[in-house]
Design a protein around this ligand. Structure first.
Ligand code: GLY
Length: 405
């Protein structure tokens, strides 16, 4: 009996291995075509968006964010909008994927209009805004030209760190004594701090802030099963320091369920923090939050989650899938054999789904953004079943990560 069980287990594992490697071969063969189609989409999108750059109502320049289907034009947002780094981020990835100088020239142009954000300390999103743009510019061009901008941004972001709580305040005024709001999305802004600590002239404190924030978030922001809350409100009163005084559903369905994109930010964020710190606690935690997602009973067969893990049958969120795929691919590189293989296989499955006609737009559709079916903020009734700039940039990053494995 025991021998038979072992044989079956060995056969199942061999079949799973064969499936995973044939999926990888399939994705690998598709890459040149997907990158070529993506480049064509973004050339068209850039042509439509470029004349709108100076038309911002707040007097600031604007960056493409999504698709205004009603008016048939790109949905442009002020450079102050939290996603403003993702469009230049996608252009940097397309330059890496194609070597086409057009994308480098456009990436530089859209990156450099974001400079005023370097002194903004009014929210945590400066990490997203400035690392996807200037961080990628520095990495791809191997230049120190943007070091001063990245260091100033790290200073602005870390000014939101509260020493007593050991956390960065994600939302809200720095002097608000009542609320101290933190979201798992904030994990994505720590990479800028880690990188800034390594830039000549950068303070070691930037990395200390990032690690303190990641460790405190790990302790409070997740349920025992690894599912995330969206918004936590910490108590700053003397004697209550660090206690969670309130849980808010934020962009999720409820305080008891896990919002899919928040879970993806956590997967990506803890894999990244392990890369930067080599702290095994972050590696173990990245596995825990990933296992929650990939083994969840409500995870659809194609690996593209519903917008909330507690909302089966409702809209999928392609952005949650692309961020998760990128994080899982990085995580897989830190784990040997079957341990890493399961994350890699899941990410490959997600990318195959996202490259299919079910998600990847045809030319001229979807405002020429790549991925259909993203969900921005369902409880607010905003951006439901639509393209999203951060979905595209994470998708391109994940494909590049896969191409380099
Ligand atoms: N708050 C960032 C997001 O919507 O993912």
């Amino acid at each position: 009996m025991k021998t038979t069980t072992c044989i079956f287990a060995a056969m199942a594992s061999a079949i799973a291995f064969a499936d995973a490697s044939s999926d990888e071969a399939k994705l690998k063969a598709m890459l040149p075509d997907v990158f070529a189609k993506s480049a064509a989409h973004y050339r068209a999108l850039d042509a439509a968006a470029t004349p709108l750059v100076d038309k911002g109502e707040d007097g600031m320049k604007q960056v493409p964010h999504g698709w205004n289907a009603k008016e048939g034009k790109p949905d442009m947002r002020s450079i102050k909008w939290w996603t403003s780094g993702h469009y230049p981020g996608s252009l940097w990835y397309l330059y890496e994927a194609t070597g086409d100088e057009f994308f480098k020239e456009r990436a530089v142009a859209w990156t450099e209009i974001l400079e005023p954000n370097k002194s903004d300390s009014s929210h945590h999103d400066t990490g997203f805004m400035m690392y996807c743009s200037y961080g990628n510019a520095r990495r791809v061009l191997k230049t120190d030209k943007y070091d001063g901008i990245l260091l100033e941004t790290a200073g602005s972001l870390s000014s939101r760190f509260n020493e007593n709580l050991g956390l960065i305040r994600s939302w809200g005024d720095i002097n608000d004594e009542k609320d101290f709001l933190v979201i798992p999305d904030n994990m994505m802004n720590l990479e800028l701090l880690e990188e800034a600590a390594k830039i000549p002239g950068g303070e070691r404190r930037f990395a200390d802030v990032a690690r303190s924030h990641a460790t405190k978030t790990m302790a409070h922001h997740f349920r025992a099963d690894g599912g995330t809350y969206h918004v936590l409100n910490y108590d700053q009163r003397p004697g209550f320091r660090g206690a969670v005084q309130e849980i808010r559903r934020g962009q999720g369905l409820s305080c008891e369920t896990a919002w899919s994109r928040g879970q993806s930010w956590a997967i990506y964020g803890y894999a990244m923090m392990y890369r930067e710190s080599k702290d095994p606690a972050y590696l173990a935690f990245a596995q825990k939050v990933s296992d929650f997602a990939i083994n969840h009973p409500n995870m659809p067969e194609d690996g593209v989650p519903y917008w909330d893990f507690g909302a089966p049958g409702e809209e999928r969120d392609s952005s949650a899938a692309s961020i998760m795929a990128s994080g899982l691919l990085e995580l897989s590189t830190f784990l040997p054999g079957e341990k890493g293989g399961k994350y890699r296989a899941f990410a490959v499955k997600q990318l195959l789904s996202l490259c299919s006609d079910a998600y990847f737009a045809k030319p001229g559709e979807n405002g020429d953004w790549l991925l259909r079916h993203g969900v921005g903020h369902k409880p607010a009734g905003s951006e439901i079943d639509t393209p999203l700039d951060y979905g595209d940039s994470s998708f391109l990053e994940a494909l590049l990560r896969f191409s380099r494995l």
